[in-house]
Design a protein around this ligand. Sequence first.
Ligand code: AMP
Ligand code: MG
Length: 524
Amino acid sequence: MEYLRFDNRFVRELPGDPEQGRHVRQVHGACYSRVEPTPVRAPALLAWSPEVASLLGLDEADVCSQEFAEVFGGNALVQGMEPYAACYGGHQFGNWAGQLGDGRAITLGETINPQGQRWELQLKGAGPTPYSRRADGRAVLRSSIREFLCSEAMHHLGVPTTRALSLVGTGEQVVRDMFYDGHARPEPGAVVCRVAPSFIRFGNFEIFASRGEEPLLERLIDFTIDRDFPELAGERDPVARRLRWFEEVCRRTAVLMAHWMRVGFVHGVMNTDNMSILGLTIDYGPYGWIDNFDPEWTPNTTDAGGRRYRFGHQPRIAHWNLWQLANALYPVIQQVEPLERALASYADIHEAEYRRMMQAKLGFAGWHAGEEADDGLLDTLHRLLERGEVDMTIFFRSLAEVDVEAPSLAPFADAFYDEGRRAGIEAELSGWLQAYAARLRDEAVPAAVRRAGMNRVNPLYVPRNYLAQQAIDAAEAGDLSELETLFDVLRQPYVAQPGRERFAARRPDWARHKAGCSMLSCSS
Ligand code: AMP
Ligand code: MG
């Protein structure tokens, strides 16, 4: 660990809160408050990511040392770390919520890896900060496993995301009322170390705009561009540079949404404090994965009424969130038109990216736009998948097995959840398959080439809600082997792994309405 080098630009270049201590407060005129993690009773390493460790220049001996568990459980600091909690606000469920901030996340510092890349190390669940409001700053094992697992799974799926280095058990209990229904129980606590070039969110900018702290808003924007968007350095004019930057944020967000729709990921809480300025998936809470294709589905019980953050609505919500960001930036840009143009570009870029990704999933060499062509074909397919309760992941993976000379529904035998629903769409799905096969025959791409290409973009393994829950149940009972295996399977989501077929199976019936498998609550 002596190899970790730090260069803490955020705290060095931006103003901090002059007040000391963890007491809850409104923080004005500052981007962060210095605060150390609160020590825990018995930190023990439960899981770690070899890819992230090597990204940071750490080897197995480093990670498996007691010192590592102490540092990444929050009991000790390494030379060069300067811990802080960031100040940010956010729009939650469509309403401005004021100051939020890192209530249970503490950044340890910005490390520079041997290749010269900057990685921010952040503990989640490390104890109270000035932004904890009425909560305890802790995280339970259950939600920490979910964040650890899904961060890395997303990376291996090729989806932009924050990463996870480690999962450390605290040896302490945390009391949680999982569904806010008066049934609180003590649960094991844990701390995840998250890793990303930056954890800055839309809400970091919104808070200064909401308070009229424009000089600070300007400083944070220019800092972000300078540190995290070096490709924009060539633009000399500061206002033009800020506009280029906002366009780039719109572009990255559009790409991210296309990825979520491609793999069947539902974030669950797309508040503006959970939107990364780098266009990464951030803050894994009550997220979920689509089993049967259903654009209306949301895993978040807190959102069950309005379904604001349902699967099919995510690209529109991201646009709404960018709109809030544009509002926040306006005071230091003072030009409506280019901001509106950037917002309009979001829809175009998203659509183009989404089509590009769906084209690859369907195995087409090109895309024929239009209702009578590929757009129509995809639209019909989606409606059939929804009506027939067809498993999204299995369906798309199996599509590569279709014989274009003699298409049949045989490859999809395992993709259905309900016999009645299957019977209801069978004839139409066969018709769709005929049209699809004809479309492929026109392109005359060799079958082996098409299959290999499709298998590179249609995952076989995704962190299905019930799989994560099984790993959690075992881990809570002291058995980490299920988590280890699942984590390992998800490191190669596109490659068939003999002997591990059960991880590619559709959701079993028992999991249909089980807590953790189909519904989750917001903060845990
Ligand atoms: P989330 O919905 O998880 O993104 O959280 C929204 C806000 O609540 C953020 O400011 C979090 O830091 C804060 N928060 C969530 N859980 C806790 C907790 N257990 N302790 C302190 N703050 C929390
Ligand atoms: Mg959050």
